[in-house]
Each structure stands twice: as C-alpha cells, then as structure tokens.
Design a binder for this molecule. Structure first.
Ligand code: BES
Ligand code: MN
Ligand code: MN
Length: 463
C-alpha cells in the first residue's frame, strides 16, 4: 500500500488520535495543569511507540520533559530531526470560547469549508506536530520511509523553552541529524502554500511602577501625589514617536536594512489588505511609517503592551490613587538584535524617563533570538519539491512575526538550519479563544511531510 493509500484508509483513526491528545489540557504556564502536562508527554511517547519508533523515552528536565523517539532504518541514510511542542497556551478567557477549549469539535469556517478542529493547541502545536507522527507511521507501514527519523517534542515552548538549551547542549550526539523539520508556523493559504524563512525574536518584560507606599484616597491626595498608573501610561505612550518608531535609544542600532529588491520580493507575496481588515474588524492597519504590513510583521521590530493593570478594576467605582501599576511589554526582534541587549536598553530607558516621584522596577521574562533560514539548502529544496507535488504550486518564502526560540538554538548548537514547514493559517486564532486547525490542513500536512522525507532522501548527497 502506498503512503497516500495508507493515510486515506486510516483517516478516522488519525483524526481521533489527535482529538484525544487535544482533550489533555497541557497548559505549561499554569501549575494547576501540571499533571496534565506530564500526561500529554506520556501520550506522545506512547503514540511514537505505536507508530513504530525503535525506542521512545521521556527525558526529564528541570521543568516539563522532552519526549524523544527515533527510528534508524539505515545508518547511511540521512536523518530528519522533527521538533514540536505538546504544551499549549492557557485557554483563558474561557467565556469567549464557543465550545469548551479541551473538548474538540469540528465545524466549518470561511477559511475551512471542509471543517476545522476547534480546541486549544489544535494548530499550535498539537495538530501540527502530530502530523509528523502520522506521516512517520504511514511511511513506515507502507515500506517507504527513506530517512532515519528523530523526534524531539518538548513541553515548555509556550513558556520560553528555558530548559531546552541545556538539553540540546548535553545531547548533541543523540540529536545529530541532517536537517530539522518544524511545523509550528503558518502558510499563506491552502491555495498559496508558503515556507517560513524568518521568525522574529522576543524580549518580554514586566514593569512595576511604585508611587506612594499605600493606596490613597483619590480626593484627599489626588493632584498632589504622582499616580503610578498615569505615569506608567505616559511612559508607555512615549515609547513610540509620531511615525510609530520605537524611541528607546540604541533600539534600532543592529536592525538590518534590506535592499529595495528584497523588499519588493517580500511584498510580492499575495496579501489582500481589505480582507485582512475585514477579518479583524479594523478600519485601518497601523504601524511604522514607510513599511507595508508584510514588512512590519516580517522584518521590523515592535514594542507592544500585552497587559496593564493596577488600582481598582472591580464592579462600580472606588476612588483610589493606587500605590502600584504594572505592565507586561513584549518586543519582537529581528536578526542581529540581541534579546538580552534589548532587555537592558529597555530597562535603562524606562528608568531614565521615570520622574523622581515614582520608582520603576523592570523584570525580564523569557526571550529568544530571531532567525532567518537560507533558501538554498537541500532541506529547503526538499520542502519546495514536497509542496509542489502535494499542492501543485511553487511555495512562497515568507517571514513571519512569531517566535520559536529553538530555531536559532538549532542553528548555533547543532549547525542545522531548521525547515519551517507549517500548515496553519493566520486566521486559525492561535493563543486566542476558538483556536482551530483545518482538517484538510492536517491531512495535506501529513502527505506533504511524507513527500518531504522522500525528496530529502533523494536530494541529500550520499555518503
Ligand atoms: N508557534 C508559535 C510561534 C509562531 C506563531 C510562529 C505564529 C509563526 C507564526 C509558538 O508556539 C509561540 O507562540 N511562540 C511564542 C514565543 C515563546 C517564547 C513564548 C510567541 O511567538 O509569542
Ligand atoms: Mn507553537
Ligand atoms: Mn504558541
């Protein structure tokens, strides 16, 4: 039986297994779900074993474990290392979901007329890494597995992969491979397949502004004592200028500028701004002057408030001048910007602009470097060939705005350029209520991954 015939005759089971995985609420950020995260790791190990790996193991870390599995068909054949993550983002706010986040249902959408699976983690990343497990099973069962395969599926991606660095450094031999294949990104659409060739980095900061030593009556003290929320808002507002450029000194020092030719090429990717606005219910796009939306997301850095709080936010009105104000601020970075350096420029600047009436504390959270993937490697050509065969179209290289910190770690520690062949859509609502993943995307992904293995084996130099 061919790979595709095997996939076609096991469709129901392939889908139901994913639904079972999606029922496990493996939220890495919230300790309440600790047991579930471990349970998801077991599920992944068992599914690798059932798919036919020689061995699978749960590798403990200081945090959540990394699930490793491998199948060696021939030591002289090339090896594909598959990376993915079984942890998911918190599902909050639950009340904005149309169906419970850990009780998957299949419904049609505008983008997915053939149905999409609604559940937290369906697109990011359970539905995507599980395609690799199923493609592997189908290749092995049909006698068409042409490469050795190693799986490394982690459980802390959504909280910054802090224990992954050490694991990779300590297991270089075990992880030795000829290419890393990751499905944790998007493509433009089912009609316009693409391969991600760039991801942004990230510096995530928490800011705490303290005014008076206790909450005050806003009448008794209002107007005479600095209000830390007012001050924080003013400080944040000053972080962008009139052209929406970031005002932190040194922030752009290492930002690469691209040639007109490169920018023209990026902007050739199909992008319908009216459709984009309609789907988000916004009247205008917004961003740094002089750049298109594709460029603003792909090659320019950003600064965004992710959350801001302080004072009274309960029912009704309470007159209070709060002692403290907080904000969580993320900066998306581009190649050459170093997330640690940016974190310290941010901290210095916030302290420099704070008036003497308040104290400012800055705590960096996780970070990661940006990555660019060359388009002239054997792996990239294998991805292009697989997509051409599965979709009948030439893949467009795109630069995406999200971050996968492991990408640059693989480049540095293992000397391997990851191939970012994802099958999600930007409209799949990852990290948002009603996250979903197309059923068709799932099965097309499985087919395309199997083709990648074939083409990689064919194109990889022997010896
Ligand atoms: N899969 C995403 C990254 C992504 C999203 C890439 C969209 C391309 C398009 C990943 O799971 C993720 O969410 N990463 C975090 C960073 C991490 C350090 C928490 C992110 O981008 O916010
Ligand atoms: Mn992801
Ligand atoms: Mn994510």
């Amino acid at each position: 039986m061919s790979v595709n015939a095997f996939i076609a005759s096991h469709k129901d089971r392939f889908l139901n297994e994913l639904l079972d995985l999606l029922r496990i609420p493996s939220v890495s950020a919230d300790p309440k779900f600790k047991e579930d995260v471990f349970r998801a790791a077991d599920f992944v190990k068992n599914s690798l074993e059932r798919a036919g790996v020689d061995r699978a193991e749960i590798c403990p870390t200081a945090g959540y474990p990394i699930v490793y599995g491998e199948k060696v068909i021939d030591p002289s054949a090339p090896t594909v290392l598959v990376y993915g993550h079984y942890d998911v983002q918190p599902a909050d706010p639950y009340e904005l979901w149309d169906s419970p986040p850990f009780d998957p249902v299949i419904k049609q959408t505008e983008e997915h007329p053939e149905g999409a699976i609604f559940a937290r983690g369906s697109a990011d990343d359970k539905g995507q890494f599980y395609m690799h497990v199923k493609a592997f099973e189908a290749m092995l069962a049909s006698g068409e597995l042409a490469c050795n395969v190693k799986f490394m599926i982690e459980g802390e991606e959504e909280v910054g992969s802090e224990n992954l660095d050490l694991f990779v450094q300590q297991n270089k031999e075990k992880l030795r491979a000829d290419v890393v294949l990751i499905s944790d990104t998007s493509m433009i659409s089912m009609d316009t397949p693409s391969v991600t060739v760039g991801l942004r980095g990230l510096a995530y900061m928490q800011v705490e502004v303290t005014g008076p030593n206790r909450d005050l009556h806003s009448g008794t003290y209002g107007g005479a004592v600095a209000n830390p929320i007012n001050i924080l808002c003013k400080m944040i507002a000053s972080l962008h200028d009139d052209e929406n450029r970031i005002t932190i000194p040194g922030f752009y020092d290492r930002v690469e500028t691209y040639s007109e030719t490169y920018r023209d090429q990026l902007n050739k990717a199909p992008f319908d701004e009216d459709d984009y606005k309609r789907k988000l219910a916004i009247a205008e796009v917004w961003g740094e002057k002089g750049y298109t939306t594709i460029e603003r997301v792909g090659i320019r850095p950003t600064l965004d408030v992710n959350g801001i709080w302080g004072g009274y936010t309960g029912e009704g009105a309470k007159t209070v001048l709060p002692s403290k104000a907080y904000a969580k601020i993320s900066m998306r970075l581009v190649p050459n910007q170093d997330h640690k350096e940016i974190a310290s420029l941010f901290e210095d600047h916030l302290k420099a602009i704070a008036p003497a009436s308040v104290k400012v504390k800055v705590v960096p959270h996780h970070g990661g470097q940006a990555a660019v993937v060359p388009t002239d490697s054997v792996g990239y050509h294998a991805a292009e060939a697989a997509i051409q065969e599965a979709f009948g179209k030439q893949a467009i290289p795109t630069r995406e705005g999200g971050s996968i910190p492991i990408t640059s770690l693989f480049q540095q520690a293992l000397g391997l350029d990851p191939i970012l062949m994802g099958f999600g859509l930007d409209t799949d609502a990852i990290h948002s209520p009603n996250e979903h993943y197309g059923v068709k995307n799932y099965f097309m992904g499985i087919e395309t991954i199997a083709l990648f293995f074939q083409h990689f084996a064919r194109l990889h130099p022997k010896g």
